[in-house]
Write a protein that binds this ligand. Structure first.
Ligand SMILES: [Zn+2]
Length: 230
């Protein structure tokens, strides 16, 4: 069940991430096939299953549907299920689902258009931090955000290798993982960045997906440590 909820959240967030930067009506517009503009029915929008059932093609024009759709849904489902095993059905797990939504929207927008939408940071990221502050030490959150922000801002000014959007993003993610886990987050993100660089040989890469993935991995490792301690 946790897996299914994760795929639905990822599926919805993916669409928001694709549409929001294009100024499209992301809330009301029905999904359609990008090739033939065929309006999709509800049974063509079931996460994972529709893709498998239709063998990755549009039902009308048989154009291929991007595999990224399914990859994002699958990752969302796995993240949700993995955290359910450590959190259980708790407030922390619900918070994690909100974080997952935020991460998918930001990552998709950055991967496709190389931007981190300010609206998402403001209207999803900030409230998310506020919710996390009910559960965590506010002081370590502020320090995490400030240190992460300062580090990436310095990198941004000196090398220009880090985008302004990434600097704003680490402010929110730094607060969520707090100062204790900030360096693990940055280490994992840089490691992913290097792997991507050697794999694609591309100088410019979207860094937000690496930061988001590193945040989720960091939070999970932290939980595992707690479990082994007790
Ligand atoms: Zn089509």
């Amino acid at each position: 069940m946790a897996f299914v909820i994760g795929t639905i959240i990822a599926s919805f967030s993916y669409v928001v991430g694709v549409r929001l930067p294009q100024q499209q009506n992301w809330w009301w517009a029905r999904s359609q096939c990008p090739h033939c503009q065929h309006m999709l029915h509800w049974y063509e929008l079931v996460p994972l299953l529709s893709f498998i059932w239709q063998r990755g093609r549009c039902r009308r024009c048989h154009a291929r549907i991007s595999w990224q759709y399914m990859a994002v849904e699958l990752i969302g489902g796995l993240v949700s299920a993995l955290f359910f095993t450590v959190y259980g059905a708790s407030l922390q797990w619900l918070l994690l689902l909100c974080l997952l939504m935020f991460c998918v929207i930001v990552s998709v927008a950055d991967a496709l258009y190389m931007i981190v939408p300010n609206r998402v940071l403001l209207f999803v990221g900030i409230p998310l931090c506020a919710l996390y502050s009910l559960q965590q030490d506010v002081y370590s959150m502020i320090v995490g955000a400030a240190v992460g922000f300062t580090l990436l801002y310095t990198l941004h000014r000196i090398t220009g290798g880090v985008g302004a959007g990434d600097v704003k993003l680490i402010f929110i993610l730094g607060a969520i993982v707090q100062i204790q886990q900030l360096f693990m987050l940055l280490f994992i993100a840089c490691l992913m960045g290097f792997c991507f660089f050697f794999w694609k040989r591309q100088h410019i890469m979207p860094f937000a997906p690496a930061l988001c993935a590193a945040t989720l991995i960091t939070l999970y490792i932290e939980q595992l440590q707690w479990l082994t301690l007790y």
